[in-house]
Design a binder for this molecule. Structure first.
Ligand code: CTP
Ligand code: MG
Length: 180
């Protein structure tokens, strides 16, 4: 596969996770997942930045992206090396990628709180990659036969700068209080 082909199929594959991760910024808020509870270390379990509404809307947004991808699967298949084999696998994959992204993002906050990092304070690389790692882990059973080192490299190298860029854009649009 050409480098451009790898880039395109990687981005297409991870799109539901990107959608899931971005949605809570605009759709989140309300009741925190941890209900305000603290861990044994006395720090917040997850913190108020992880809400039930954000999690659910993120999951739904990613799932919808997967549905659209499934509809487009037959026409894209001859042109692009798709990681999901057929439209049904794309639907299931979109769900698993989104769920994994939200779980990964939540787990990231758990680790940040354990490390004593306050809600919203930066934790380089964990902030940018927790959701991708979660998405990959959850979708691994489906994509393992077609996953290549090239795809992994694209996902882990491209996501941090892309994440910073979208966060900066979100900040400029007044959606995020912090530019990172
Ligand atoms: N968000 C949400 N529910 C989630 C995830 C995110 O409501 N499950 C919203 C919150 O408003 C959050 C914003 O999306 O502030 C950005 O998410 P993120 O950067 O992951 O959270 P932080 O505020 O940086 O908190 P943390 O330090 O725990 O990562
Ligand atoms: Mg953050």
């Amino acid at each position: 596969m050409t480098a451009l082909g790898t880039l395109l199929s990687s981005v297409w594959f991870i799109l539901p996770a990107y959608a899931a991760n971005m949605t809570p910024v605009v759709a989140g808020g309300g009741r925190p997942i941890d209900g305000g509870r603290r861990f044994v270390d006395g720090r917040p379990l997850l913190g108020p930045g992880k809400t039930v509404r954000g999690f659910c809307w993120g999951l739904l947004a990613g799932f919808c992206v997967g549905l659209v991808q499934a509809l487009l699967h037959p026409s894209l298949e001859p042109r692009l090396a798709l990681l999901f084999e057929d439209p049904w696998e794309t639907v299931l994959g979109g769900f698993l990628l989104s769920l994994g992204a939200m779980v990964g993002d939540t787990a990231g906050s758990f680790f940040k709180r354990r490390a004593g990092v306050e809600r919203g304070e930066p934790f380089p690389l964990l902030d940018q990659l927790d959701f991708v790692a979660g998405a990959l882990l959850f979708s691994l059973p489906l994509v393992l036969p077609r996953l290549t080192l090239g795809v992994l490299a694209v996902l882990f190298l491209l996501t941090p700068p892309l994440h910073l860029l979208t966060n900066y854009a979100g900040h400029r649009m007044g959606l995020k209080s912090r530019p990172y």
